[in-house]
Write a protein that binds this ligand. Structure first.
Ligand code: NAD
Length: 308
């Protein structure tokens, strides 16, 4: 029986992952942690600083944690406002968790990387697993270094750490935490409030996205795959669908013809321009049967159902 700890449980992904686990596991085996004082969940919550190895070690030993889902990070756009803080959190919290694995205090780790590892010299369309990686943000640099550390701990210390490069995640539980794909969540909130939507990216900016249920499914599938089938020890490309603000707006306008969008690109435009339009993910499909279920149309349907 696994006993899991989610670090960064109060964020966009963590809040949905904990709710998923609570439906399929005995809640007494699920532990949530974040730097925030309180949790929005009824599951067992402890305020823990992922930057403190000793705090993590004491907790993991006391509660006999076997699996860690390490989600604490500062995301791409927010990261640019304080590069050193972003590097410190994103890098040192991961190293703390990897050290717990190396010291045999936990059995398995999930840590998400991101499409931000790619840069302007990676191919834009069908970006390959092993394409050039020259990230332009501190977030992307920290994710790329994190991937290298994951592979290192896998190969040198036999730490079972698994990872995917998430595209932008579209979900309804919380507002997103400062990424470059946040517009694809915020547009739904404006839509249901009957407000005009001010979009921080230009209308034809293509980016890969994934609906939250598919993001969670990918974590679940990867974590439950046979280790010997996993040929990639750093992080797997995965993809679901790619959209631009115009594509999503046109779909929403079909539902409410009064809906309006104002394009007002800001600093996030150059980050988006450095990322892939679409990602090639055949290795994930081959190694652990990755397959998305949600198209853009299904994502819109689910988002509107949940937010209403
Ligand atoms: N959301 C996306 O679209 C997306 C895309 C690609 C990758 N990811 C990755 O998924 C993970 C989760 O992303 P998210 O969108 O949920 O982020 P988020 O910003 O919504 O949540 C991150 C959480 O980490 C917590 N945190 C910050 N500092 C901490 C510390 N010192 N100790 C413990 N907790 C701390 C924050 O309080 C927050 O609740 C991140 O690693 C992110 O890079 C997310």
């Amino acid at each position: 029986m696994s006993r899991i700890l989610i670090i960064g449980s109060e964020g966009q992904l963590g809040s949905e992952l904990s709710s998923f686990f609570s439906k399929i596991m005995d809640p007494s085996n699920i532990f949530l942690s974040d730097i925030k004082d309180e949790s929005s969940s009824i599951l067992t919550y402890n305020k823990l600083d992922a930057l403190s190895y000793n705090e993590l070690k004491t907790f993991v030993k006391s509660y006999r944690i076997s699996h860690i889902y390490h989600l604490a990070a500062i995301l791409s756009a927010k990261g640019e406002t304080n590069p050193m803080k972003t590097w410190n959190l994103n890098m040192n919290s991961l190293l703390n968790v990897l050290e717990l694995g190396k010291n045999k205090l936990i059995d398995k780790i999930f840590w998400p990387s991101s499409i931000s590892v790619f840069g302007i010299n990676s191919e834009k369309v069908n970006t390959r697993q092993n394409s050039v990686k020259d990230p332009t943000t501190v977030y992307g640099i920290s994710k790329l270094a994190g991937e290298r550390w994951c592979e290192y701990y896998n190969m040198v210390y036999n730490v079972d750490v698994r990872s995917v490069r998430f595209p932008g995640i579209i979900s309804s539980n919380t507002l997103p935490g400062g990424g470059t794909t946040d517009y694809a969540v915020e547009i739904f909130h404006s839509f249901i409030k009957n407000e005009d939507f001010k979009c921080f990216l230009s209308e034809n900016t293509m980016l890969p996205m994934i609906y939250i249920d598919d993001a969670i499914e990918s974590i679940w599938k990867l974590m439950n795959s046979d280790k010997q089938n996993l040929t990639i020890k750093s992080s797997y490309n995965i993809s679901a669908f790619s959209i631009s603000p115009k594509i999503i707006f046109d779909e929403l306008k079909k539902i409410n013809s009064d809906f309006k969008i104002i394009y007002s690109p800001d600093k996030r435009q150059s980050i988006a321009d450095s990322w892939p339009d679409t990602v090639e993910d055949s290795q994930a499909r081959k190694d652990w049967n990755w397959k998305e279920k949600f198209s853009l149309k299904q994502t819109i349907k689910e988002m509107l159902r949940k937010l209403n």
